[in-house]
Design a protein around this ligand. Structure first.
Ligand SMILES: [Fe+2]
Length: 195
């Protein structure tokens, strides 16, 4: 497989990721309690639609079609966000839970664009690299703004009282069981390092 084909695969993945975010960001905006966070998610939704358009331009330059890959990684990251939206927390603590989910989506995209820009540059595709860099810069700025907004949210959350312990849902029980399995599978490898 030539590097140009690896790049097209990577970009199709990003195209799917951005389209998934177009559907997920309104839910984060709707769920957030903080007005600042709401408006940041809404602003980034608008940017994300522009990023989809830029990716279409990239595919036009490459003479390839944008569809063909579903991004499983972004699906998983968005699923984590959906879990955060289902939490029973209130106020700033609820928003604090959204923070990790929102930052994960941005950093996932930052990784994808960073890799594809490096590939485009090696292939001498400077017009492609330029368009992708515009998307990358928007992701970096979005992550920075979300983190800045989070400072006051986290402070507020820290002063909120602890919630009552509620019985775990089926999904939470399944997740807890899987986490124990993760630990068990890795245990001998981790132990080997320590000894
Ligand atoms: Fe994006």
């Amino acid at each position: 497989m030539a590097l140009s084909e690896v790049l097209v695969d990577e970009l199709r993945d990003m195209y799917s990721a951005e389209n998934q975010l177009v559907k997920a960001l309104p839910k984060l905006a709707e769920g957030a309690n903080s007005e600042e966070l709401k408006s940041l998610f809404t602003l980034h939704l608008d940017e994300t639609k522009g990023q989809v358009e830029r990716l279409k331009q990239v595919f036009e330059i490459l003479g390839e079609k944008p569809t063909g890959e579903h991004c499983n990684g972004m699906e998983g990251v968005i699923e984590e966000g959906a879990d955060a939206l289902e939490k029973d927390e209130e106020g700033a603590s609820f928003d604090a839970g959204l923070l990790g989910a929102a930052l994960r989506t941005e950093h996932y995209e930052i990784a994808g664009y960073t890799a594809s820009i490096a590939m485009a540059k090696v292939l001498g595709l400077s017009d492609v690299a330029e368009l992708l860099t515009e998307n990358l810069n928007e992701e970096v700025t979005a992550a920075k703004k979300i983190l800045e907004a989070a400072h006051s949210i986290l402070k507020e959350s820290a002063s909120e009282p602890e919630g009552e312990k509620k019985p775990k849902s089926g999904k939470e029980k399944y997740s807890a069981k899987k986490s124990k399995e993760d630990e068990k599978k890795a245990a001998s490898d981790v132990k080997r390092r320590a000894s």
